[in-house]
Design a protein around this ligand. Structure first.
Ligand code: MSP
Length: 502
């Protein structure tokens, strides 16, 4: 039976150039998507751009271009970022696509038909930076709780009966304790909803740049209702594609903590109102600071991921972002730490392990992975560590503990390095050639497992390693992880350092 898995990133606003925060969310989602593909699931991985709203309209006006010209230009930058970060989405969606207009309007009509939309007047606070409405009691010192400036608006508006969903949402959170992770974030949402929900303004009459409200040319949809719908547009809504329902039941939305309320409150309420199942999981990751400072354009400390690629391999950046911070917590970007992790963990621990073992095979074993003979307790220990790794990696992915995943792989790398130092294959060469072959064979098998385990996080490095182990094009999956002895007798490819010194 096929298992399905659907993973999404937020769709990125095109008012700005892509920065490290965007790269981070997409890389994390890519890691999880690649893992599930290797675990032989039917995966759909969605990312894209959020192209409507006041913020984008204003950015276009500032640049003296039409919103359409701006979005066509900037959306490409986000697509290029995905490629540069070696991410593997199955679909890059843009909210200006006709297919998305059709889906957003179909959802709107459904909400109208079910009696959840009414017309009235909105008078209150709006923050363009957050594209969010705020209640008067949320305003602190004339600003949104996020620190964003707010403006008072008063205009005709359609409303969504969010207040009807307080209890259904609370029931849903209780029945699905893993719906919002990490737990601390879940608690935040539960107390927000328990505090009471007001109806939500879902259209703008003073803005033209958006999806038109069906049957009312004067209004465009509120950008968040439009944007959230992208997750089902990509599954063909309202005419679900084949397998769409199976994918939807296994969806995981990866988002940053700043946009949790939209995903964990508004989105499930819209879906319930349309008689659709709420998403299965929402994972909110933390925020990056730069050398201890909040990243912001006005401070001038925005980190350009493409510039980092001029200095570092993409896998070094992926590794640092995924490993340095427990996924879900805030993290600090520091070049010193990036360099340290590159040198110690990638070049030394992993790179040297591969280099030592594989060049030994080339020099002393005729370039072929030798076979094993009688096994000593230390051999069995290394084999068991390798075999048990897969179950632990699956668990880490299930919990979105991406940093833990890498730590687990590094535990095996460290054990393999210790095993070499202890077994001293170079000394065994003369004393006990059969033993030397066993040790080297088991090390090659362990490196093979490490390469497969790292494919989701460090795809380029892993492929390079698999090529050195003599695999050409085909990528193994996790079922070949346990059958590491298939590489015995294999002729190695050219052995070169994985992380050459610049
Ligand atoms: N367009 C909305 C999302 C709509 S989803 C239906 C949006 N876009 S965004 O471009 O502003 O932000 C996209 C993502 O980037 C968010 O998940 C946000 O948390 C993340 N990041 C932006 N800056 C960040 C950091 N400094 N650190 C980590 N991630 C951050 O919101």
């Amino acid at each position: 039976m096929t298992d399905y898995f659907y993973i999404t990133t937020p769709i990125y606003y095109v008012n700005d150039v892509p920065h490290i925060g965007h790269a981070y969310t997409t890389i994390a989602a890519d890691f999880i998507a690649r893992f599930h593909r290797l675990d032989e699931k039917e995966v759909k991985f969605l990312t894209g751009t959020d192209e409507h709203g006041q913020k984008v309209a204003k950015a276009a006006a500032n640049q003296g271009v039409t919103p359409r010209e701006l979005v066509d230009k900037v959306s490409v930058n986000f697509r290029d970022l995905v490629t540069a970060m070696n991410c593997s989405p199955d679909r890059f969606i843009r909210t200006t696509e006709p297919q998305h207009y059709a889906a957003a309007q179909a959802l709107w009509r459904k909400l109208v038909a079910r009696g959840y939309i009414y017309k009235s007047t909105y008078s209150g606070w709006y923050s363009m930076r957050d594209e969010a409405y705020y209640q008067p009691d949320e305003i602190v010192d004339g600003k949104a709780p996020t620190g964003a400036p707010v403006e008072w608006i008063e205009e005709s508006s359609y409303f969504f009966k969010l207040s009807d969903f307080q209890q259904p949402l609370l029931d849903y959170y209780q029945a699905n304790p893993d719906f919002i992770v990490p737990l601390s974030r879940r608690n935040e949402v539960v107390s927000f909803v328990a505090g009471g929900l007001k109806d939500l303004s879902i259209s703008r009459a003073t803005l033209k740049w958006g999806v038109p409200v069906p049957d009312d040319e004067e209004h465009v949809m509120y950008v968040w209702l439009d944007a959230l719908t992208n997750y089902i547009t990509a599954l063909g809504y309202p005419n679900w594609e084949e397998n769409a329902q199976a994918l939807w039941c296994n969806v995981c939305h990866i988002i940053g903590k700043d946009i949790l309320r939209f995903h964990a409150v508004y989105w499930p309420a819209f879906l319930m109102a349309a008689d659709l199942p709420p998403p299965a999981r929402i994972f909110a990751h933390g925020w990056w600071t730069n050398e201890g400072q909040k990243i912001s354009k006005s401070v001038g400390n925005v980190i350009d991921p493409l510039q980092l690629l001029e200095e570092y391999d993409v896998d070094v950046l992926r590794y640092f972002l995924l490993r340095n911070v427990p996924f879900g917590q805030d993290g600090d970007f520091s070049k010193r730490l990036l360099q340290e992790r590159r040198d110690k963990e990638l070049a030394n621990d992993l790179g040297n392990l591969a280099q030592r073992v594989l060049s030994f095979v080339v020099t002393h074993c005729g370039g072929r992975v030798p076979e094993t003979f009688a096994l000593a307790p230390s051999d069995k220990e290394l084999i068991a560590l390798g075999e048990n790794l897969l179950a632990r990696l699956r668990q880490a992915i299930q919990e979105q503990a991406l940093h833990r995943y890498l730590e687990l792989v590094w535990e095996l790398i460290t054990s393999a390095n210790r095993y070499i130092d202890h077994e001293k294959p170079w000394a065994l060469r003369k004393e006990d050639p059969a033993r030397m072959q066993t040790v080297i064979s088991l090390l090659c098998q362990t490196i093979y497992r490490i390469a497969i385990a790292l494919l989701p996080a460090l795809p380029t490095t892993s492929q390079k390693l698999l090529q050195q182990l003599g695999f050409q094009a085909e990528i193994p999956n996790f079922s070949s992880f346990l059958k590491s002895s298939i590489i015995v007798g294999q002729q190695l490819g050219a052995v070169t350092p994985l992380f050459p010194r610049a």
